[in-house]
Design a protein around this ligand. Sequence first.
Ligand code: PMT
Length: 397
Amino acid sequence: MLNGMRLLVGITGGIAAYKTPYLVRGLVKQGANVRLVMTRNAVHFVAPLTLQTLSGSAVLREMFGTGEGSSMSHIEWAADIHLMMIAPATANFIGKMANGIADDLLSTMILAVEAPILVVPAMNKRMYKNPAVVRNMDVLRGRGVHILEPGIGELACGEEGIGRMADVEEIIRTVRKLMVPSGPLYGKRILVTAGPTVEPIDPVRYIGNRSSGKMGYALAQEARIMGASVTLVSGPTMLVPPQGVNVVQVQTSLEMQEEVRKYFPDVDVLIMAAAVGDFRAESVLPEKIKRGSEPLTLKLVPNPDILKDLSMHRTRQIMIGFAAETGHLMDEARRKMNDKGLDLLVANDVSENGVGFGSDKNRVIIMDRKGGMEETDILPKDQIARKILNHLTRNFL
Ligand code: PMT
C-alpha cells in the first residue's frame, strides 16, 4: 500500500498521456496523495479537469501566473514528496532532464527534487532506439534515476515494437517496490508512542490531557514509509491507524509502560511522542463519586517515567523523547535530554498558537547528544516527523 505517500506525477505530451487518469486513480486507491504537473503539450492528450477530479487537487501547468493551475511554489512542492514520477516521459522531456534544461514548470521542478525519480518513457520504437535518446537515458541512469522500460506491442502510430508506456499495474508495482524496501529505515524496528494517557478516577471520570496523537501517528506513518517495521503504542485518539503499522491501544500510563516494555527489547529505536500522564489517582473508586457541596480532595501518586526507566536498561536502542514546554524551552529540553539519558530530543513550545497539542502543525527544535541542533518552521506534522527521522538516520543509524 502507498498510504500517506506523497507522489508528484509529471505528465508530458505523448499519446500515452490518455492512460494517466487510470494511473492516478490506481495510485489514489492505494492511499497515495497524488499531485500533478502537466506540460503544455500534455494538455492536448488528457484534460486537466479529469486529473484534478481523480487526484482531488489542483493540476499545475504554468510557471508564472495567478490562476488555478499555475504556481510559483514549485520548490515547495518538489521538496515535500516521497517520489517523483514522469509518465509518460517523451523523448524531448528525457533530453531536457539529461541536460538540466529548465524551461517550463515541470522541468524546473525536477531540478529541485531530492526524492527518488521514476521515468516511464513512451514513444515510437525508432525514437526509442535513437542514439541520442539512448545516451540521454544512460545519463539519467548514471544519476540514479529509475527508468521503467516501455513494453513491446502495437504503438499509437500503428507500428509494432518497443515504446508502449508500461501498464498502469506495472507502474504501480514499481512505485511500491521503490518506496518500501529501499527506504532509509528498511530493516529497522521502531517503537513509537502517541496520544494521551487517561487515568481513571471513578467509572465515569478520568484525568487526561490535550494530546490528539497526531504527532506520534505522523512519526509512525513516516517511519513506515521510510521502510521501517513500526509498532505504535497509542493512548485513546480519534485517528485512523496508519496502514502497515502494528497498533497497540492502551488507556493508562501503566498500560503504556507495560506495552512499551514488552516491545522494547526487540527494537532499534524508541520514540516517545505520547503525552504520558505524570500522576494517577491513588485509588480508583468503584462507583461514581456523588456530587456534594464539600470540596473533593483527590490523592494523586506519580506514574513511572517510562522513558527514563527504559534508558537505564537499554542495550543498543536509540532513545528519542519529546519535551512539551511552556517556557525556558532550550534549558528544559537540555535538562530532560540529560536526565532521561536520551540520544535525541524534540522540543516543542506548546504555548505557541497553532502548534503542539491538537494542531495539524508543529514547530520543533531537534537536539541530539552529539551537539547537533535543527530548528524547524511551523510545518505540517508529517513534515516535522520526516525531519526528525532524517536527523535520526543521518546521525545515529
Ligand atoms: O498529540 P498531539 O496533539 O499531536 O501533540 C503533540 C505533543 C505536543 C503531545 C508532542 O509533540 C509532545 O510534545 N509529546 C511529549 C509530551 C510530554 O509528555 O512531554 P514531557 O515534557 O512531559 O515528557 C518528556 C518525555 O518523557 C516525553 O517523551 C514523554 O513521552 C516522556 N514521559 C513523560 C512522562 C512519563 N511518565 N513517562 C515518559 O516516558
